[in-house]
Design a protein around this ligand. Structure first.
Ligand code: KIV
Length: 294
């Protein structure tokens, strides 16, 4: 890792916010996140793909940063996340990690295992997860239920914290037939609940629930005591919320998904948009189930 200038030092390419003294900041960790879940304190998460945004989001108090493979769409201009490679994920994870280090950031750093980097075998998943952990991730995320349970257990047993992802799983968008709400109807809801419980039992400490009915997400959140649910289009009843950075800053080239709020609207700066997001998730005013959920 190359040496970095002092936190907050002006640079020709933008000034990072000054870090608050390390003594005032406590790094996020699995026990701290579990404690927040147990106490019902909402967990805030945003995607981050580069050093500056990572440092700014951390500074605003965002607790978890996800280097999502959504970067394929918002940074690389790909039509879906399917084309994102492990090398690209490593590059962006390192960038985010450096941004956090530079401001002595405390955020919990999660990196997506991209399509094709874990489906072949548990061993392939371990090799891919190792690349991302060595780039600075604290946890890896992988999509799907059922067959992934065994992989999650394999990684967790080897000391790699895992975030699972159910509901709309964008890497399988072609199999799902589009970006549609998942878990609707008794059969689909039962399958999703069974998969979520199996993932918790396998050791997944977090579970992203994407585009699932709010009632189902709330029911799962109450039932999964050892696994904090993080919702995106899953209503206000989850343990935490995540949004794609570009979406919540109103930077979307297509149609804004229903579950997004543009936090730049009315905010005088990006830093204040991040703060507004943190406040709204913490006080439960975002998401609003009448506007952002199914
Ligand atoms: O890739 C991503 O950004 C994600 C979030 C939408 C949860 O998986």
């Amino acid at each position: 890792m190359s040496s970095a200038p002092d936190a907050g030092a002006a640079t020709p390419y933008g000034t990072l916010p000054p870090a608050s003294p390390p003594s005032e900041r406590k790094p996020l960790s699995l026990p701290r996140l579990a404690d927040m879940h147990a106490r019902g304190e909402k967990i805030t998460m945003l995607t981050a793909y580069d050093a500056t945004f990572a440092a700014m989001a951390d500074h605003a108090g965002v607790e978890c940063l996800l280097v999502g493979d959504s970067l394929g769409m918002v940074c690389q201009g790909l039509p879906s996340t399917v084309g994102v490679t492990l090398e690209t994920m490593r590059y962006h994870t390192e960038s985010v990690y450096r941004g956090l280090r530079r401001v002595q950031g405390t955020a919990w750093l999660i990196a997506d295992l991209p399509f094709g980097s874990y489906q072949e075998s548990r061993e392939q998943a371990l090799r891919s997860a190792t690349v991302l952990m060595q780039a600075g991730a604290h946890m890896v995320k992988l999509e799907g239920g059922g067959w992934t349970t065994d992989t999650v257990r394999f990684l967790v047993e080897r000391g790699i914290p895992v975030c699972a992802h159910l509901g709309l799983t964008p890497q399988t968008v072609h199999a799902l037939g589009g970006y549609r709400v998942q878990g609707r109807g008794d059969e689909a809801a039962t399958l999703l609940k069974d998969q979520a419980h199996a993932l918790q039992d396998a050791g997944a400490a977090m579970l992203v629930l994407e585009m699932v009915p709010a009632s189902l997400a709330a029911e799962l959140t109450a039932a999964l005591e050892q696994c904090a649910t993080i919702g995106i289009g899953a209503g206000r009843g989850t343990a935490g919320q995540v949004l794609v950075l570009h979406d919540m800053l109103g930077m979307n080239l297509g149609r804004m998904p229903k579950f997004v709020r543009n936090f730049m609207a009315g905010a005088p700066s990006i830093a204040e948009a991040f703060q507004a997001y943190v406040r709204a998730v913490k006080d439960g005013s975002f998401p609003d189930d009448r506007l952002h959920a199914w």
